[in-house]
Ligand binder design. Structure first.
Ligand code: AMP
Ligand code: MG
Length: 422
């Protein structure tokens, strides 16, 4: 079934035709069709790494739980220093985990280690480098001191009852550390999105098979596997489906019975062996299928039963570009209910670039910092949408917006890093 807005869209291959969506419009339309997952499960803290928190966590404790020393040194009462007491009797040693429970009197100090609770009668820590132990065992302090210096106050990091981490947050290593510091061993997290994906094409062979004339190895399922795995979704790899309507239909039905999101690659153009769109039209609903972008123009988005459907183009670079631009924000929103805001930097472009106005172009770039700390980006060379090695060499997209034309070397261009931490 075609939606009214989809029917209005002309089908000829001109990027400037009315009805072709801009990248931003297309992304908004995708997001508007998503209801975030709310189902949750309970799991142990470590297992929850990378999962999306399904509850607001408030602190059951103060962190630190007691006022303690930030230094190895001596605990004193600042009033004694103000009263010009110059020598102190050291009455005890306090360790982290072994506090001194007595009371410190005037002209007394306590030797104290980092993390030990501040003894009663003291309020200030003097670091050991500013202390001198005299032959008779008394201690003299050098330098100037301020009341409360080198003291960590109870609750200064996290106050009991305060909001710590909100629902919708993807749990990072620091988060499990913070939660552990609160003694929280189990969490409610959201169910992970289930994603079914398959490749289409009679020419595709799997690794291990011998290539006959005109055949190629299926790479899209592998790059999709990599990108999806990083997002922490539940994967269902349905393999390679031949260019036959019956086979495509069967794969669609199988995928929609299991998955929240279906991702296919190939078969979305207007060639004679392109069955994705007609079968989606028959069994589901097409929301749009053309975007003013390069590469990735024929991305097909719609519904199949309760599943969201992304029919990505076949060319391997287009698959990765459309995944990062549309599928990743969609999966993020589905999983967490929070918007996905990719990091966009601005870098000086080290070469002239040709750019056609009226569409957004995503060039593969190599982003680096120059000796004078300026961000610089260069295109990876040949940018054909079938050249996956250009993705492999790149660490960012250079994003040339619809209204921009040719770029001169030295111009500042927006870049979106991916894989920059590898
Ligand atoms: P299509 O959109 O099906 O016409 O595919 C466009 C181009 O991408 C063709 O050259 C296909 O051979 C190639 N292609 C399609 N699917 C894959 C895949 N899974 N792995 C590698 N190349 C593919
Ligand atoms: Mg094909």
């Amino acid at each position: 079934m075609l939606t009214e807005s989809a029917k209005l869209q002309p089908s000829c291959a001109d990027d400037n035709e009315a009805g072709v969506l801009s990248v931003n419009e297309a992304r908004q339309r995708v997001l508007a069709n998503i209801t975030p997952i709310t189902a949750m499960e309970k799991m142990a803290l470590r297992t929850a790494l990378g999962r999306v928190l399904a509850e607001d966590v408030t602190s059951p404790l103060n962190v630190p739980s007691h006022t303690n020393s930030a230094m190895d040194g001596y605990a004193v009462n600042i009033t004694d220093l103000a009263n010009d007491i110059s020598q102190f009797e050291c009455i005890a040693t306090a360790y982290a985990g072994q506090p001194y429970k007595g009371q410190c009197q005037a002209a007394q100090c306590v030797r104290i280690m980092t993390g030990a609770p501040i003894p009663r009668g003291t309020d200030t820590i003097i670091m050991q480098e500013q202390a001198e132990v005299l032959p008779d065992g008394k201690v003299r302090f050098n330098g100037k001191h301020r009341a409360g210096q080198n003291v960590r106050l109870a609750g200064e990091d996290i106050t009991i009852g305060s909001a710590v981490i909100n629902s919708g947050r993807r749990i990072l290593p620091a988060d499990i550390g913070v939660l552990a510091s609160l003694g929280i061993g189990e969490l409610h997290v959201r169910r992970r999105p289930r994603v079914a994906f398959f490749s289409t094409g009679d020419e595709l062979r799997s690794i291990g098979e011998v290539l006959d004339d005109g055949e190629i190895y299926d790479s899209n399922r592998y790059s999709l596997y990599g990108m999806l795995t990083r997002l922490g979704v539940e994967l269902m790899d349905l393999g390679v489906i031949p260019d036959q309507p019956a086979a495509v239909r069967e794969a669609f039905q199988m995928a929609s019975s299991m998955a929240d999101v279906i991702i296919t690659s190939g078969g979305v153009s207007v060639g004679e062996a392109d069955y994705i769109k007609p079968v989606l039209e028959e069994l589901g609903e097409i929301k749009f299928w053309k975007i003013a972008m390069k590469p990735g123009r024929p991305l097909t988005f719609g519904h199949l039963g309760k599943s969201l459907f992304f029919g990505l183009p076949g060319n391997p670079v287009s698959v990765m570009v459309t995944f990062y631009q549309f599928v990743q924000p969609a999966l993020h929103f589905l999983a967490s209910g929070t918007p996905y805001i990719p990091l966009t930097l601005h870098a000086s472009c080290s070469q002239d670039l040709r750019k056609r106005q009226g569409r957004t172009e995503f060039l593969r770039g190599i982003l680096q910092q120059s000796d004078n700390a300026e961000l610089q980006v260069a295109a990876t060379g040949q940018q054909g949408s079938g050249m996956l090695s250009s993705m492999s060499r790149a660490n960012c997209f250079i994003i040339l917006s619809e209204d921009c034309g040719d770029i001169k070397a030295g111009s500042v261009v927006p870049v979106q890093p991916f894989d920059c931490f590898v």
